[in-house]
Design a protein around this ligand. Structure first.
Ligand code: C5P
Length: 397
């Protein structure tokens, strides 16, 4: 039985140190690794470290007479079962999207006939730049699989999306790709909102709700498991982002809408968040204090409707827009009315009158689309998520 082999391209970013750990994990999983180190990558990790962990010589130079004699770069690009780029820098992604081939890494990416998996890693501004978004969309359209990036503190001192996925997550994506798993959402970008919003009144008080985020997070995980690139715009929750999902943490409805807009274009938008319908009209800069005047009168103003906004986003409208409706009576009629009012394609209605749905682990839903209604009986939120992700994949196919 021949072992699987990965051609691992290590780009030049601080996350390159994690490529060493990835190499170790791949070898531990008995996956052979042929490393290519870019010139910029060699500024962050040494060829010696990479070669030792990969148990293989490192290639860096497109014009090395010695390396080319041993194995030409075209053959090299096809010698593995999968090409993995980690870290995939903004520069490497731009080159691959444009089809440039001015060094060994970019040439291998252009010449390969194998599947490519990229783990982007870059500064948050670079990740959110329209140029990178264009390149990402082009790469996805070319069938490149993307894992991560995650959100968090970055080596450059900023905070946000752009952190390379953890080596364990990349390993899981590599194993799934090598197993030839059916990943029907591969190349699709799914935008999901989840959790509550928190609308500040003053520096310590917020208007919020009891949404746990569980259903939205489960849907994010289920879509990622089917190969989608998932952006999860989440209000404050106690949950960890599912593997391979890019989470953007927000607090208010206005921030949630802005983060959704930034995440476009997307093929699918699934709005699961329990967005606060209103927010305090005035946000006080200092903590409100008890006084002789009695309690303050709080005036509320309406928040933007994120679902309706995404559903009417013109050219940027995702092909499939899905909303949720928590109802306490006449579920079908109310959900159907909501479908029309919000301009979305499906509404997933759940009856919250029993009280166990919010924060609970189970859900029972009615899925309404233009054609009719499907009743999905009580099941775990994970199972409902799997069914919904499968229905999304079927619809986009
Ligand atoms: O109007 P209602 O809150 O019942 O609608 C629920 C659906 O609308 C959910 O999909 C929810 O995520 C979305 N929604 C939204 N923005 C709002 C209010 C609701 O995206 N401001």
């Amino acid at each position: 039985m021949s072992a699987k082999r990965v051609l691992l391209i290590v780009g030049g970013g601080i996350a390159a140190y994690k490529a060493l750990e990835l190499t170790r994990l791949l070898r531990k999983a008995e996956i052979a690794v042929t490393p290519i180190l870019t010139a910029a990558g060699a500024r962050f990790v040494t060829p010696m470290a990479l070669a030792a962990l990969a148990e293989s010589a490192v290639r860096s130079d497109l014009f090395s007479l010695e390396d080319e004699a041993a194995m030409g770069h075209i053959e090299l690009s096809r010698s593995a079962d999968l090409v993995v780029v980690a870290p995939a820098t903004a520069d490497l992604m731009a080159k691959a999207a444009a089809g440039l081939a001015d060094d060994l890494a970019s040439t291998a990416l252009l010449a390969t006939d194998k599947r490519v998996l990229m783990a982007p890693a870059m500064n948050v501004r670079m990740w959110l730049h329209p140029a990178t978004k264009r390149n990402l969309a082009a790469l996805e359209a070319d069938g490149v699989a993307i894992v991560g990036p995650g959100e968090g503190a970055m080596a450059c001192g900023e905070h946000g999306p752009g952190r390379m996925a953890e080596p364990e997550e990349i390993l899981a994506a590599v194993q799934a790709a090598l197993a030839g798993e059916d990943r029907p959402l591969q190349g699709r970008h799914v935008l999901i909102t989840a959790g509550p919003t928190a609308e500040p009144l003053d520096p310590v008080r917020v208007l919020t709700n009891r949404s746990s985020g569980k259903q939205g997070y489960a849907i994010a995980g289920a879509c990622a498991a089917l190969g989608a690139r998932v952006t999860l715009v989440s209000g404050p929750t106690a949950l960890a982002a599912p593997p391979g999902v890019e989470r953007r943490s927000v607090e208010t409805a206005q921030e949630m809408l802005a983060a959704c807009r930034t995440a476009l274009p997307a093929d699918v938008a699934i709005c699961v968040a329990a967005v606060s319908d209103w927010r305090p009209d005035t946000v006080f800069g200092v903590k409100l204090k008890k006084g002789k005047e009695g309690p303050p009168a709080v005036r509320l103003v309406e928040n933007p409707d994120i679902l309706a906004t995404l559903a009417s986003a013109g050219a940027e409208r995702p092909r499939l827009v899905v909303g949720f409706a928590a109802e306490t009576g006449d579920l079908e009629a109310n959900a159907r009315a909501k479908l029309i009012r919000k301009g979305c394609d499906w509404i997933v209605g759940n009856d919250v009158s029993e009280g166990a749905v919010m924060g609970g682990d189970d859900n029972a839903v009615l899925v309404i689309d233009g054609a009719g209604a499907e009743c999905w009986p009580k099941a775990s939120k994970t199972e409902i998520a799997r069914r919904l992700a499968a229905k999304v994949a079927e619809t986009l196919a």
